[in-house]
Design a protein around this ligand. Structure first.
Ligand SMILES: *Cc1c(COP(=O)(O)O)cnc(C)c1O
Length: 387
């Protein structure tokens, strides 16, 4: 049909460049060994780093809340959608991140879009790291502020760009742990620049919460700089094991967002059961820091296992990128690994730059040494076969 010709052409083009995407169907929860499209696979691509998605204590509590409050929330947070569980979750997040107050959004994506559009507008500037998550990029665009992109984690470049716009009101925004590289923001210098030039600092803790810092409190704890970020954002969908996004900071910030943030105001609240899982997930991270230590230990072990087999691997976070380069080759390695029972996602353009396709290994606290040695062996074999 005439109408669809352009779309069909674009899809063909994606296929010819190994950039066409489809979904993988799971028949189990997110556990170290999962049922993926009819096969048992060692799962090395889930963001449930602390295995909280399927934790029995969380499931039991969530089940009770589901019975008591029902399946849906029935309204936005400002109408009928706020239950006692929502308030308890926000208190728990504020305590965990050592802040006055916290606010939960339906997703991390909606949190970034809602925060940036509320805090910045025409005439303001947002300084954004070139490798920030897509939800930050979209928030920047929707805010209608001027957006200045600085080189990845390069604080000299950031300072030069700030100096080129003297006296402008604005925000510096960065991932805490970068989602496709697994590296950590230079927070000491970023926070210092924000203070020196009177800008707000905003850090996205999606992959830092529950992962870095001695007790999993994230980037600030990692650097021993608790309380130094103005706008601390994160998600409940990764290490915490549930769903939802959050922001925490001063009560002024939170009151402002409740009144001004459109993605908070104009969407139905998450269900009480989901919120209950989130709350229990954070409580378990606080009560059981050994989960975080085990994950950190696994990261060290896995990087070492890969290095011993001649594969470059460095990370202090749950994300270990294995750079392949060519998109087609990355897909071939991924398929070969699947045949051997190891599921790792290949990441391609536009998620990362063209020609920097990679396998993104994500670790979980429950991975055993045998799992990680098995992965390293399989990876070496498949990388050779894919040449
Ligand atoms: C996953 C992610 C988000 C989005 O969070 P969701 O809860 O999945 O919408 C935002 N920022 C970063 C850095 C992420 O990795």
């Amino acid at each position: 049909m005439e109408k669809w010709e352009r779309l069909e052409r674009e899809l063909e083009e994606l296929k010819s460049r190994s950039l066409f995407r489809r979904m993988t169907v799971f028949d189990s929860g997110q556990t170290a060994v999962a049922e993926v499209e009819g096969r048992r696979q060692h799962l090395f691509s889930s963001n449930s780093y602390l295995d909280l998605c399927c934790d029995p204590e969380i499931l039991a509590y969530t089940g009770r809340i589901l019975e008591e409050y029902g399946a849906g929330s029935g309204g936005s947070r400002l109408t009928t959608g706020t239950t006692r569980i929502h308030m308890e979750l926000e208190d728990t997040i504020a305590r965990f991140k050592k802040r006055e107050a916290a606010l939960v959004f339906n997703t991390g994506y909606m949190a970034n879009v809602g925060i940036l559009t509320a805090l910045a507008g025409k005439g303001d500037i947002i300084y954004s790291d070139e490798r920030n998550h897509a939800s930050i990029i979209d928030g920047c665009r929707l805010s209608r502020a001027d957006v200045v992109i600085y080189r990845h984690n390069d604080m000299d470049d950031l300072e030069a760009k700030i100096k080129a716009h003297p006296g402008r009101r604005g925000i510096i925004v960065s991932d805490g742990v970068f989602s496709m590289d697994g590296d950590i923001v230079d927070l000491p210098r970023l926070a210092e620049l924000a203070d020196r030039y009177g800008l707000l600092s905003m850090i996205d803790e999606a992959h830092a919460t529950g992962v870095i810092g001695a007790t999993g409190r994230g980037t600030e704890e990692y650097y021993g700089m608790e309380g130094s970020v103005d706008v601390l954002m994160g998600t409940l969908s990764k290490a915490v094991g549930g769903e939802g996004g959050f922001v925490c900071g001063s009560s002024t910030l939170i009151d402002y967002l409740i009144n001004k943030s459109r993605s908070f105001m104009f969407s139905t609240a998450l269900s009480p059961a989901t919120i209950a899982a989130d709350k229990k997930g954070i409580q378990l991270i606080m009560e059981q820091p050994q989960r975080v230590r085990q994950l950190q230990e696994n990261v060290r072990y896995c990087c070492q296992a890969l290095k011993e087999r001649g594969i470059e691997a460095h990370s202090e976070t749950a994300i270990i990128p294995i750079i392949i380069g060519d998109e087609g080759r990355a897909m071939r390695v991924m398929e070969l690994l699947k045949e051997r029972g190891y599921y790792i996602s290949a990441i391609r353009y536009p998620t990362v730059a063209r020609g920097s396709a990679r396998l993104r290994a994500a670790l979980m606290a429950s991975h055993t040494k045998e799992d990680m040695d098995g992965l390293a062996d399989a990876l070496r074999e498949c990388m050779e076969l894919a040449d």
